[in-house]
Design a binder for this molecule. Structure first.
Ligand SMILES: Cc1cc2nc3c(=O)[nH]c(=O)nc-3n(C[C@H](O)[C@H](O)[C@H](O)COP(=O)(O)OP(=O)(O)OC[C@H]3O[C@@H](n4cnc5c(N)ncnc54)[C@H](O)[C@@H]3O)c2cc1C
Length: 382
């Protein structure tokens, strides 16, 4: 006999946990289908609107207690190209902010979100995976890999890039895989970053040091996969010191490193047939400009609004939520995807026009305060 729930959220990443809390707090009986997963070793720079949403939704208490404020961003063109961009620094104070955002360890955010979920009435966690999903007469029939069966009015696919929910709802996807990957690890550095995130732009991707408090930093190094694997095999610390151009003194690698393959992904719609997609099931791109989870949390904020506006007593309410959610997310997904694709493309492009465009862009940002302000507001998701 199948159990029934109004909303089933599939996926136990940060977006899944946040969506489950949003659905339960909006008053829906909610089943969170989330198999045990290895600890998420990534860190996320989350901007003002994301932090405000997490706080408002009760997912975190005090961002200061959980993350490290990002007060400046420095971009250094370390390519050996003919057309190189000027070194550019953005200070949050210049735009009237104390910080652009906060750098959080995903694992710590996950613990905080899980605590919020445990305190939610109407939210049940099922440590199982989704094996199959099909929709019959407005009702989703879900088979879990634990052997259990569940029916749900609305399903939320927060099940990552390979989303089964996306396939079951018949939502088309465009995906592009890159030769580049991202290596992450934690570092200890002689001279602390003091709130400054430093991006060295190399030919095959940025090498970014993100402040993690005191003299620690999180490294996000995007490069060709073979170069990253060679650096790991031949001595990561040496490669990291060379790439940092010794600007911060000696650097020590203090955790194991992890490599994430990179791709970009976009969907034709973020919701359809009583199913909605949130987070990387709906959008993915290389981690430049810190957009991925910020966009995922904006998905959750819109889902929250759509659910609160829904009338679960009316026939077809789940279809109505999927439709209003897809309409609400369309513009943001399109704009953000185009922004990151453009940024990544211009950084990697071997063609002079693209390099000239990027260089001119950074000169303009340096020279024109109004443009800087607009660019920063966009990057912060405002
Ligand atoms: C190196 C790196 C650095 C990044 N830095 C930033 C940053 O600074 N700022 C920022 O905003 N973003 C950043 N991002 C992006 C951000 O990490 C992602 O956008 C975000 O973590 C995606 O969360 P998610 O919950 O959508 O997906 P995931 O974390 O992939 O979670 C999906 C979950 O679904 C589960 N799942 C899959 N299939 C099933 C199934 N059949 N049944 C049940 N569960 C299933 C998986 O087990 C997984 O737990 C970065 C990404 C990388 C790779």
């Amino acid at each position: 006999m199948a159990t029934h729930t109004q909303v089933a959220v599939i996926g136990g990443g940060l977006v899944g946990k946040a969506s489950a809390v949003a659905a339960a707090k909006a008053g829906f009986s909610t089943l969170h289908i989330a198999p045990e997963a290895p600890a998420d070793r990534r860190t996320s720079a989350l901007m003002g609107p994301s932090v405000e949403y997490m706080t408002r939704a009760g997912l975190i208490d005090d961002p200061e207690a959980l993350g490290v404020p990002l007060t400046r961003i420095r971009i250094i063109d370390a390519t050996d190209r003919l057309l190189r961009a000027p070194e550019t620094v953005f200070a949050a104070s210049e735009f009237g902010h104390r910080a652009f955002g906060w750098n959080f360890a995903n694992a710590r955010l996950g613990e905080s979100f899980a605590r919020a979920g445990a305190d939610c009435a109407g939210l049940e966690l099922k440590a199982a995976g989704l094996a199959a999903a099909r929709r019959i007469d407005e009702l989703w029939h879900l088979n879990l890999n634990s052997g259990e069966e569940v029916t749900a009015d609305l399903i939320v696919g927060a099940d990552g890039k390979g989303s089964s929910v996306r396939k079951a709802a018949g939502i088309g996807v465009r995906e592009r895989k890159f030769d580049q990957a991202a290596l992450v690890c934690d570092l200890e550095i002689d001279r602390g970053l003091d709130g400054e995130s430093v991006e060295f732009h190399y030919r095959d991707g940025p090498f970014t040091l993100v402040p993690a408090g005191e003299n620690r930093a999180n490294l996000v190094w995007i490069d060709r996969r073979d170069i990253l694997e060679a650096a790991r095999a031949d001595g990561l610390e040496e490669a990291v010191n060379a790439r940092s151009q010794h600007l911060f003194g000696a650097i020590r690698v203090i955790t194991p490193s992890f490599v994430f393959p990179l791709s970009s992904l976009s969907v034709e719609a973020a919701g359809r047939n009583g199913a909605v997609l949130a987070g990387e099931s709906a959008h993915a791109f290389p981690p430049i400009g810190a957009q991925g989870l910020n966009l995922g949390l904006r998905d959750v904020a819109d889902l929250d609004l759509c659910l609160r506006a829904a009338n679960p007593g009316a026939f077809g309410w789940a279809d109505a939520v999927a439709k209003s959610y897809a309409a609400a997310r369309k513009g943001d997904l399109g704009r953000t995807g185009a922004f990151v694709d453009g940024l990544f493309g211009s950084l990697l492009s071997p063609h002079l026009p693209a390099q000239a465009f990027r260089t001119a862009g950074l000169w303009s940002l340096k020279a024109f305060p109004a443009l800087r302000k607009r660019a920063i507001a966009f990057g912060m998701g405002q």
